[in-house]
Design a protein around this ligand. Structure first.
Ligand SMILES: [Zn+2]
Ligand SMILES: [Zn+2]
Length: 689
């Protein structure tokens, strides 16, 4: 139905434009930017009073990197609409990026006269004053901007960026801390903060910040290098700077009968300690224990090799070919060339891996990890491979709170439980992408996040129990229930993204109450929508971080050139142009023009990983290129929306639908996966029980 509406709107637009060929917005989405600009220019000639075609043509040219032509079109649009503050503001930005600060200032000032609280004009004016070295006015206008976008981490980041340029490090430090409070994953803010600490001689704090960068951007070259440099200067042991999370013995055993039904479900195999690309980290050794005691048996032989008493910690080591089991005294107990099973000695017990900073896999370094079911350990080529064998429903108890916040509206937790369960079925039935590694799913976002028992929460456990066995189906078969953290206001159809297949229920639609849906239907509206703070199910202040819905970063030319050349030898960067976009605005094709070579990147994860050292939260972005007077690139301003691939269910939007509109989980699933239905799988009871 929504799809039909969109098509109708497109047709309306077409007939209004009097076009028989592709409408200009379609040309824009396809990345034919010059053609789109000409088509809009023709429209402008046909209707001499209408400013909008000129504004649209300007946005197309701007995206193509032709800022001079864009600004002259914007000036012409002003002749048709002299009272429009948005046009003045955008003209100001074009001039700012062309290093015409006097021209930019007058455009921003006019915008603010026409509309006193214009947020982009406030930011623009601040940026102009920063370049004119006027500290007082820069900060004054940034403060105004902060009042207009209070939850947006980008505000504090830009403030900090300017404080650092003014060498006001104390102020920069507090702005960066504020940015990180609003967006914990803001790597670009963490790096300068670490730099400030190092400059002040606070080496422990600096080291800690670099360490945390690696949480979000594993292998980050600057952070890794700096940590090595700082290691000799630390006043404490790394474990004291970052004490690991320890699991303590529960005072009361949980009531087993409540979970009895769940433990009748089908067992699955989950690869533990994987990175976001789905590969298991290197387990050179592991520390094992259980509050209930453990048994160690051979998988093939079934032979009992060891009984580990409650609370006693043993270790397993990898010597290149086998797994060595050592007792608490460090003495070798056994050595195994094949898989072994480590099982709790009592029903309902768990296996615990004690954290240690000497383990190479970061998953087992910063926190103790606790698993229901049992664990299979095998000698692999790179280390000990860890698989958690666990009943589907018990696994879900750890998935739902790893994927969404347990304090979110209850119906959205149930929706998450149903689609996570459906994912398990899909992965099991196809043998899965991890077939070679010998498990059905890994425990990272690559499949779905699963942090084990210690993250379980009452609300999410109840959501799993209340939906027990329920999955989403399409024509009687499990549906591909993809999901993502935040779509940014518009979901993407799977068919639009390279390599995602085409499922009829994975559709593109505005993530908003259909009654309010007003889709951007031209480049101008799209630009205002992305750089503004529009209404959407996933724009849900108080429940969803504003920094997941809208974000920004500024990347220096030097850093961007270095990053791109790591993957593609294009030489000095000259331009970056988003070409093809989905109707949702997500970039599906990105052109990067270097002095030596031009490349086009089309894969979702490659586009996200290319622009900066930590990957972009999504492909829903615009990029503005800021240049010096001589035309050389100074830096890149990226304005983005959403977190994740935007296909299937928007988790933040589900929270919004449940919390803002009181939708039940069935209606939420119907909104994101139209034409699917909920079916119930019956788990076969185990024989003898
Ligand atoms: Zn995976
Ligand atoms: Zn959304």
């Amino acid at each position: 139905m929504r799809r039909l509406n969109l098509i109708l709107l497109f047709l309306l637009f077409q007939s209004a434009a009097g076009y028989c060929a592709a409408p200009p917005y379609e040309l824009y989405l396809k990345g034919n930017l010059s053609q789109a600009a000409s088509a809009y220019a023709e429209l402008a000639a046909a209707s001499p009073a209408d400013p909008r075609p000129l504004m649209n043509a300007a946005i197309c040219l701007k995206q193509a990197g032709r800022y001079y032509q864009a600004s002259s079109l914007m000036t012409r649009a002003l002749e048709r609409a002299p009272e429009n503050p948005d046009i003045y503001s955008e003209l100001g930005w074009l001039r700012f990026h062309l290093a015409d600060y006097t021209g930019a200032r007058s455009a921003f000032e006019t915008a603010l006269q026409l509309q006193p609280k214009h947020s982009r004009a406030e930011l623009g004016l601040a940026s102009v004053y920063a370049n004119l070295d006027d500290k007082k006015r820069t900060i004054e206008h940034l403060d105004n901007y902060r009042q207009l976008r209070p939850d947006f981490a980008g505000v504090d980041y830009i403030l900090a960026w300017n404080y650092m340029n003014f060498k006001m490090y104390k102020e920069a430090e507090s702005s960066l801390i504020e940015a990180l409070r609003k967006d914990i994953s803001f790597t670009e803010a963490r790096l300068p903060l670490a730099g400030i600490y190092a400059r002040q001689g606070k080496f422990d704090e600096a080291w800690n910040q670099y360490y945390r960068v690696l949480d979000y951007a594993p292998g980050h070259p600057i952070a890794s290098k700096m940590m090595k440099i700082l290691e000799g200067k630390l006043s404490k042991q790394p474990e004291e700077i970052r004490p690991p999370f320890r699991i303590t013995k529960p005072l009361v055993m949980e009531p087993l009968d409540a979970l009895e039904n769940l433990s009748r479900s089908v067992k699955i195999r989950v690869g533990i300690g994987a990175t976001n690309t789905g590969k298991q980290g290197r387990n050179n050794f592991l520390r094992l224990k259980s509050f209930e005691g453990l048994t160690v048996t051979g998988k093939a032989s079934g032979k009992l090799y060891a009984t580990i008493p409650p609370d006693e910690t043993w270790t397993v080591h990898h010597d290149g070919r086998s797994v060595l089991l050592k007792g608490p005294d460090g003495k070798l107990h056994n050595s195994f060339q094949g898989p072994i099973l480590v099982k709790p000695a009592k029903p309902g017990g768990t296996v615990i891996f004690d954290a240690s900073s000497r383990i190479k896999n970061p998953w087992f370094r910063g926190a103790d990890r606790q698993y229901r079911g049992y664990v299979e350990l095998s000698p692999g080529s790179r280390g000990i491979e860890v698989v958690n064998v666990i009943e589907t429903e018990l696994y879900l108890l750890g998935v739902v709170p790893s994927e969404v916040a347990p304090q979110w509206p209850y119906e959205s937790l149930k929706a998450q439980a149903v689609i996570a369960r459906t994912q398990v079925l899909i992965r099991r039935s196809r043998g899965g992408i991890h077939k070679k590694q010998g498990y059905h799913l890994c425990d990272s976002q690559h499949c779905q996040a699963y942090k084990g028992k210690s993250i379980e929460a009452n609300t999410t456990t109840r959501a799993v129990v209340d939906t027990e066995g329920e999955i989403l189906t399409y024509h009687g078969r499990p549906a591909y229930t993809f999901y993502h953290s935040n779509c940014g206001g518009w979901t993407q159809a799977s068919g639009e993204v390279t390599g995602w297949g085409d499922s009829p229920y994975l559709v593109t639609k505005p993530d908003i109450d259909p009654a309010k849906a007003q889709a951007p239907l031209d480049p101008w509206d799209y630009h205002l929508w992305l750089t503004g703070n529009p209404d959407a199910n996933c724009n849900y202040p108080g429940r969803v971080r504003a920094s997941e819905f809208r974000w920004m970063k500024i990347i220096r030319q030097k850093d961007m050139t270095f990053r791109v050349n790591k993957d593609y030898a294009v030489g000095e960067l000259l331009n970056i142009i988003p070409l093809r976009r989905s109707p949702s605005g997500n970039v599906n094709s990105l052109r990067v023009i270097g002095r030596k070579k031009t490349i086009t990147v089309t894969k979702e994860h490659l586009i996200r990983n290319l622009l900066g050292f930590s990957s972009l939260k999504s492909t829903l972005f615009e990029i503005e290129i800021n240049r010096f007077k001589d035309g050389k690139v100074r830096n890149y301003w990226i304005y983005g929306g959403g977190w994740g691939h935007a296909i299937g269910m928007c988790q933040s939007g589900a929270a919004g639908l449940a919390g803002k509109y009181n939708l039940a989980y069935k209606d939420i699933l119907d909104f994101y996966f139209p034409a699917t239905k909920i079916s119930r799988i019956k788990y076969v009871k185990k024989s003898g029980k």
